[in-house]
Design a binder for this molecule. Structure first.
Ligand SMILES: NC(=O)C1=CN([C@@H]2O[C@H](COP(=O)(O)OP(=O)(O)OC[C@H]3O[C@@H](n4cnc5c(N)ncnc54)[C@H](OP(=O)(O)O)[C@@H]3O)[C@@H](O)[C@H]2O)C=CC1
Ligand SMILES: O=C(O)CCC(=O)C(=O)O
Length: 424
C-alpha cells in the first residue's frame, strides 16, 4: 500500500521515528486508509514558545517551551509536561502521539498531547521553577482548556507545578477552573490515587503478564530503572504483592541487593535525602547499565527513552519487560527482544494507569464530587486489566508482539472514530 514507506530508522533511533515505525507496522496489519494514515502521522498542532524568566540573581534567562497536540479526534488532548534538559521537539512529538495511542488503548475519551520545557529543575530554586511554570502557562493560555487540552505531570514535574499551572490559568480566566490540569495536590481538586496511579498500572500489568507466563509473584525478582514517581510506586506496589525488588536506580546510580531491597526504606531515604538515593545503605552500588542486564523475572524501565537498544537488547536476561517509562525500547530492539522470547508489555499499555486516573480526576472536578481511593483504584485496575487482556488477545489473533497489538487496538479505535466523524 502506498502509505507504508519504509520506517526511517537511523542507527540511533529518535523517539518519533521509533513511534512511527511501530505505527506503520500496525497500520499495515489493519489496512489503514491512506487519508487516516496521513492525518495521524503528523501532529495536529505544534507550539514552541520562548519564556523569559527572572532568575534569583536578577538576570533574565530565556527558556524554550513546547506543546504538541497530536490528535483531538477522540476528545480533548491530554498529556504531561516534562522539565528536562533533553526535551526537544522530536521527543515531544513522539510523546504526544503515544498519548493518543495510550488513551485509545485504555478507552478513555481523550486525544493525545505532550509538553515540555528545556530546563534543569534540579538546579533551579522553587521560585525560579514557579516563575517558569507560570510563564509557560501564560504562553499556552490559548492552547490549554478543560475541554481543549489538559496538561498533567511527567518527568521533572509533579503536583507543585500542576498547582501553579491551575492557578495561573484560573487567574487569567477570572475564576477557578481546576479541571484544566490533572495531577494537582488533593486540596486543589487532585484525585486520591493519582500519585501512585502510573506505578499501580505498571504493577497490574506486571502481575497480568506474570500470570500469562506462569510466574509466581512470590518467587519473582524485579529490577527497576528510575526511582521517581513511576519507578518508586511500581516498586512499592510490586513488593506489596510479593515480588522481590533486587535493584533500583536514579541519576545517582544503581543499587542492588540480591536478598531484596526494602522499598519503603528506600523511599523514606530518598524523601529525606533531597530526592536522591545517593548514600542509600540497603544495597550495593552497581554500574547503572548492568541493572538492565540483570537476570530477573521482570525488568521495569521507568526513567527515560531509548535505554533498551539494538546495542544491549541481546544481553537482556529478564523474562519480561514492563514499560513504566514512555519509549524506553527503541524500535530496532523490538525484533531482538521478540526473537529472544522476552515479553514486552509496551508503554502505551503498561503506563496508562496515570492518564486513567487523570481522567478520573477530571471527571471528579467536573462533577464537583470526590471519589474514595478504593473507588479510584478499583476502577483503574479494572480498566488496566481489560486493556491488558484485549491487547494480549489481539497479539494472539494477529500473531504479533504485544507492542504491535497495542498499536493495532489504538489505531483501530481512532480510525473507526474518523470514519464516523468524517469531515475530510
Ligand atoms: N508521572 C506519570 O504519571 C507518568 C510518567 N510516565 C513516564 O515515566 C517515566 C518516569 O516519569 P516520572 O516517574 O514521572 O518522572 P520523575 O521525574 O518522577 O522520575 C524520573 C526518575 O528517573 C531517573 N532518571 C532520570 N534520568 C535518568 C537517566 N538518564 N538514567 C537513569 N535514571 C534517570 C530520575 O532520577 P533522579 O531522581 O535522580 O532525578 C528519577 O528517579 C517517563 O518516561 C515518563 O514519561 C508515563 C506515564 C505517566
Ligand atoms: O496524566 C496524564 O494526563 C498524562 C500522563 C502522561 O503524560 C503519560 O501518560 O505519559
Amino acid at each position: 500500500m502506498a502509505y507504508i514507506e519504509p520506517a526511517p530508522i537511523k542507527d540511533r533511533d529518535n523517539p518519533f521515528e521509533s513511534m512511527m515505525s511501530r505505527f506503520q507496522i500496525a497500520a499495515e496489519h489493519l489496512g489503514l486508509d491512506q487519508e487516516v494514515y496521513d492525518v495521524l502521522k503528523t501532529p495536529a498542532k505544534q507550539v514552541i514558545v520562548s519564556l523569559p524568566v527572572t532568575m534569583d540573581s536578577g538576570s533574565i534567562k530565556v527558556f524554550e517551551g513546547y506543546r504538541v497536540i497530536h490528535s483531538t479526534i477522540l476528545g480533548p488532548s491530554k498529556g504531561g509536561v516534562r522539565y528536562d534538559m533533553d526535551v526537544n521537539i522530536d521527543e515531544v512529538k513522539a510523546l504526544a502521539a503515544w498519548m493518543t495511542w495510550k488513551c485509545a488503548v485504555v478507552d478513555i475519551p481523550y486525544g493525545g498531547a505532550k509538553g515540555g520545557i528545556k530546563c534543569n529543575p534540579r538546579e533551579m530554586s522553587a521560585g525560579e521553577v514557579e516563575r517558569l511554570t507560570r510563564a509557560f502557562t501564560q504562553a499556552m493560555h490559548d492552547v490549554f482548556g478543560k475541554d481543549r487540552d489538559i496538561p498533567a505531570p511527567d518527568m521533572g514535574t509533579g503536583p507543585r507545578e500542576m498547582a501553579w499551572m491551575m492557578d495561573q490559568y484560573s487567574r487569567n480566566q477570572g475564576m477557578t477552573i481546576n479541571s484544566v490540569v490533572t495531577g494537582k495536590p488533593l486540596v486543589l481538586g487532585g484525585s486520591l490515587g493519582r500519585e501512585e496511579a502510573t506505578g499501580r498500572g505498571v504493577m497490574i500489568s506486571a502481575l497480568a503478564a506474570m500470570e500469562k507466563q506462569k510466574i509466581n509473584p512470590f518467587k519473582a525478582t524485579c529490577a527497576i530503572q528510575g526511582f521517581g514517581n513511576v519507578g518508586s510506586w511500581a516498586a512499592q506496589l510490586l513488593e506489596e504483592r510479593g515480588v522481590n525488588i533486587v535493584a533500583v536506580s536514579d541519576l545517582s546510580g544503581a543499587y542492588y541487593n540480591g536478598e531484596g531491597i526494602n522499598i519503603k526504606k528506600a523511599m523514606e531515604y530518598r524523601n529525606a535525602n533531597n530526592g536522591s538515593l545517593e548514600g542509600f545503605s540497603g544495597a550495593e552500588k552497581i554500574d547503572p547499565n548492568e541493572l538492565l542486564l540483570l537476570e530477573v523475572d521482570v525488568l521495569v524501565p521507568a526513567a527515560i527513552e531509548d535505554v533498551i537498544t539494538k546495542e544491549n537488547a541481546d544481553k537482556i536476561k529478564a523474562k519480561m519487560i514492563v514499560e513504566g517509562a514512555n519509549g524506553p525500547t527503541s524500535a530496532k530492539a523490538d525484533a531482538i527482544l521478540n526473537e529472544k522470547g522476552i515479553l514486552a508489555v509496551p508503554d502505551i499499555l503498561a503506563n496508562a494507569g496515570g492518564v486513567t486516573v487523570s481522567y478520573f480526576e477530571w471527571v471528579q472536578n467536573r462533577l464537583g464530587y470526590g471519589w474514595t481511593r478504593e473507588r479510584v483504584s478499583r476502577r483503574s485496575d479494572r480498566i488496566m486489566k481489560t486493556a491488558f487482556d484485549k491487547v494480549y488477545k489481539t497479539a494472539q489473533d494477529y500473531g504479533v508482539s504485544m507492542r504491535i497489538a497495542a498499536y493495532i487496538v489504538a489505531i483501530d479505535k481512532v480510525a473507526k472514530t474518523y470514519k464516523y466523524r468524517g469531515g475530510f
